[in-house]
Ligand binder design. Structure first.
Ligand code: IDC
Length: 472
């Protein structure tokens, strides 16, 4: 009821002023209406763009808001966050969510969205809030979007080397698969570092040579913990270490995954600003390389898919802007279990996927903890979503306990049959059964097979076999 009378008061204030511009001084009990809207295109890539919109309430307090504008013809919102967008023709309205509808006088509320240019890269010029025309500004950083050149499919020349990187070149997602430069589906098999903060001595010339030439690994995941004494304790130091390992992998013909290893807290939005800074740096620095895959959040947990989307929608455009062709991995709900470990499933992703191309969703499993119901979920999701297993262990989810060879074998059979790439936790000498090397190995100079743990022997045996990388 209170809401209703406020809306009525709003409308009458708007009608009274006719122009509706700026704050409206109204006497008596009438609500004053006034607003300012700032609309900024913050990112753009190919045929799309991202924008942030902030409204400032110059009138009486609001319980909820609806921002409206008319797009230059052709533009469309593909998805919004912190607001519910609807579009009819070129008329757009974005409504507040339950949590950000209330705005005090002088207060602000913001939302963001991604859109497609549809050939028109101008910005809208007039905005309304709850029907009242606002003052405000619209800014666009963009240069005109080049119309995508019709791809004259140039077949890349045959590979000049024999490493995974030399053969496959720049990767991209095609359908639900990871494909190589020839557009053929491939599976990458490799390992993850342990926390760089805890095992700095495990990643050196000898261990990385062993990984590339003795294990014949295709990919090294660089697990950069964010909290847990990681990135936040020394951002520039960890960024430099990650970049160095990207180079080390590249020089040995391996792919690298830059893993922003969020774990606790489980909501990646808590580290949004850290993620933006980190990915701005690593994407700018590594843009020209073909061996980089970005993983924007290791294991979201205790958060909704919607919250993960909000995070992804802000981090992915930053990477895309700087390194447009790189494959990007997105963590899923429930410690990257496609939701299962938080009582959900991949259905919520299928129903509401991210709108970016060239992305994959991650799935993590620990063979002794995650059994048939998880395998069924992967089997079910794999025909609908591009999936990348960026972390798996032969053990329980603690990283310790029994090495479950039976379950690990069942898992790898499934992943092989679906051509899903997989990365084992961990290529380290941690004193836990998931580590590939016996404790003390990294203090020595040999990473040979006599140093392998039970898990390491199994994992190596499953990575060392010949790859199948089609080139035509
Ligand atoms: C574990 C490490 C362990 C470390 C712990 C920190 O193996 O040594 O003390 O993190 O919290 C994950 C995470 C990964 C975990 C791993 C094993 O991505 O960081 O590493 N795991 O528990 N998800 C499921 C299992």
């Amino acid at each position: 009821m209170a809401q209703r009378s406020r809306v009525t008061a709003w409308l009458s204030a708007a009608l009274l002023t006719m122009t509706g511009v700026g704050a409206v001084a109204v006497s008596s009990a009438q609500a004053a209406a006034g607003c300012k809207v700032d609309y900024a295109v913050t990112n753009q890539w190919g045929e799309g763009f991202g924008a942030n919109v902030t409204l400032t309430n110059l009138g009486d307090p609001l319980d909820s808001w609806t921002v409206g504008w008319t797009f230059p013809s052709g533009q469309r919102i593909t998805q919004a966050w912190n607001g519910t967008a609807t579009q009819s023709g070129s008329a757009v309205t974005v409504r507040s969510m339950g949590y950000n509808g209330s705005v005090r006088t002088g207060g602000t509320a913001s939302f963001g969205f991604n859109g497609s240019w549809g050939g028109a890269n101008a910005v809208p010029t007039q905005f309304t809030v709850n029907g009242v025309t606002c003052t405000g500004s619209a800014t666009a950083t963009p240069t005109p979007t080049p119309t995508p050149t019709p791809t004259t499919t140039t077949t890349p020349p045959p590979p000049t080397g024999t490493t995974p990187l030399a053969i496959n070149g720049q990767l991209r997602v095609c359908g639900v698969n990871l494909c190589n430069q020839y557009g053929k589906p491939i599976q990458l098999r490799g390992v993850s570092t342990h926390g760089l903060q805890w095992f700095p001595s495990c990643y050196n010339t000898t261990s990385l040579n062993t990984l590339a030439t003795d294990w014949k690994a295709d990919v090294l995941r660089i697990a950069m913990y964010v909290n847990e004494d990681g990135y936040t304790t020394n951002p520039s130091g960890f960024t430099a270490r990650v970049n160095d390992l990207v180079d080390q992998a590249e020089s040995r013909g391996m792919y690298s995954i830059i893993d922003f290893h969020t774990l606790t807290p489980g909501d990646p939005n808590v580290n949004l600003e850290n993620a933006k800074t980190f990915f701005r740096n690593v994407a700018a620095r590594n843009a020209a390389k073909k061996n980089v895959i970005y993983e924007i959040a290791n294991e979201p947990n205790g958060v909704s898919w919607e919250q993960i989307r909000t995070y992804a929608n802000q981090v992915i455009p930053i990477i895309r802007n700087l390194d447009p062709d790189a494959v990007i991995l997105v963590g899923t709900r429930g410690w990257s279990s496609l939701g299962v470990s938080n009582g959900s499933s991949s259905a919520e992703i299928v129903a509401n996927p991210l709108s970016f191309s060239n992305i994959m969703y991650t799935f993590h499993f620990y063979a002794a903890s995650h059994l048939d119901n998880y395998r069924a979920e992967v089997r079910n999701a794999a025909s609908r979503l591009p999936i990348f297993v960026s972390e798996w262990g032969t053990t329980s989810a603690t990283g310790g306990g029994t090495v479950d060879i039976t379950s690990s074998t069942a898992w790898l059979a499934l992943l092989d049959s679906l051509k899903i790439s997989h990365v084992n936790w961990t290529y380290s000498d941690a004193n836990e059964s998931s580590a590939a090397f016996r404790p003390g190995t990294c203090a020595g100079s040999s990473y040979g097979t006599s140093q392998l743990s039970q898990s390491g022997q199994f994992v190596r045996s499953r990575i060392v076999t010949a790859d199948s990388f089609p080139t035509s």
